[in-house]
Design a protein around this ligand. Structure first.
Ligand code: DAH
Length: 359
């Protein structure tokens, strides 16, 4: 047996015995790598005489081809075995229900705010925001509620401690109405905005929490009348409650920032002992509104002879309770997962007017 055939059978035996890919690679480098034994043999061909090359060349070439093929084959076999082992151990039953871990839901307050933004966007309103830490002037004075006005006491305001040298007292806004002021001062009419957000009052029982949500609406333009207000509210409430039989009752009322002021009731029907919005068996108060007081328009630097408008404000949490049938407001903010699961909305149910806002 020549040296070459001995090397060949030795290498082929080693390759056949290699039982992992790293061992095969080690053999490949030892035989065919830069410093490999076969590579070295191939290099000797150059220095041989023509006769000698004719005699030894074919065996060396055969050695190279056989070893290359054996390595490729062994590698393929080992790779297939590894894949088979993985397939056998990693089973996936596609018919099992998906387990995607704990899934959150959209809070009814967020859902209702999205619904409101969607409805009012369709009516040409944009969304405005303002700070929750507000100053006295924007929260009260500019809204025609001067220092001595009894309405200040009605608001159960959280004030911040007085700061020496500060121009005015800071407070947690008691309503979203200061956003009216900020919008009129920063934006040229015509104005059509809604301002949803958190408000704060020192009050707590089944229907009051120290923090709650309101939405404000404001329209400022030329020639705006109470008729525009009534149509807008009616259109909004029909879209929100997703019923055509919404009946509104406008009652004269009083707010310092509107003149005249109207309180808006919506009719309900009793169905299986529950109040359902629609019809007119009874009335629920849902909104405060009115024509923006000329003093408020003036306070914002606009001429009330030229610009008029209407405003409205209501509780977002209250709207959510009326639409989705919750009874205790405090549960909104307890963070109880069972409540959130029951009353929460899917993140994929984005409200749209065409698909139904309360989808
Ligand atoms: N700001 C009032 C409140 O918190 C709600 C309100 C009533 C807002 C009448 C308005 C309005 O814009 O016109 O009770």
């Amino acid at each position: 047996m020549t040296e070459t055939t001995a090397l060949k059978s030795g290498l082929l035996a080693d390759i056949a015995a290699a039982n992992n890919l790293a061992a095969v690679e080690e053999l490949r480098v030892g035989a065919l790598g830069k410093q490999g034994v076969i590579t070295a043999l191939l290099k000797t061909l150059g220095g041989m005489s023509a006769d000698e090359r004719l005699e030894k060349g074919p065996a060396i070439q055969d050695l190279r081809e056989s070893v290359t093929a054996a390595i490729a084959e062994r590698k393929a076999t080992l790779e297939q075995a590894a894949l088979d082992a993985r397939l056998a151990s990693e089973k996936l039953d596609m018919t099992l229900p998906a387990d995607i871990g704990p899934v959150g839901s959209v809070h009814p307050v967020s859902q209702v705010m999205d619904e409101l933004a969607e409805i009012f966007a369709d009516l040409g309103f944009s969304v405005a925001t303002g700070p929750e830490i507000e100053d006295d002037w924007h929260n009260f004075t500019a809204l025609n509620i001067p220092e001595t006005h009894p309405a200040r006491a009605m608001h159960d305001t959280f004030y911040f401690p007085d700061v020496d040298g500060a121009a005015q007292r800071m407070l947690l806004r008691t309503h979203t109405s200061p956003v009216q002021i900020r919008t009129m001062m920063n934006q040229k009419p015509p104005i059509r905005i809604i301002a949803p957000g958190r408000v704060y009052r020192s009050d707590s029982d089944a229907t009051h929490t120290p923090m709650f949500h309101q939405i404000e609406g404001l329209v400022i333009d030329r020639g705006i009348t109470l008729g525009h207000l009534k149509w807008t509210l009616e259109t909004f409430l029909k879209a929100f409650f997703e019923r055509d039989d919404i009946v509104l009752r406008l009652r004269p009322s009083y707010f310092p920032f509107t003149e005249p002021s109207v309180e808006v009731d919506v009719g309900y029907t009793m169905v299986n002992g529950q109040r359902v919005i629609g019809g007119s068996d009874g009335w629920l108060e849902v909104l405060g509104s009115g024509m923006v007081h000329r003093k408020v328009i003036e306070a914002c630097g606009l001429d009330p002879e030229e610009w008029q408008g209407f405003a409205f404000g209501t509780g977002v949490d209250r709207l959510a309770m009326l639409k989705y049938g919750m009874t205790d407001l405090r549960a909104f903010f307890d963070g109880d997962l069972r409540w959130l699961k029951h009353y929460g909305f899917s993140a994929l149910d984005v409200p749209t007017l065409s698909g139904g806002v309360g989808a």
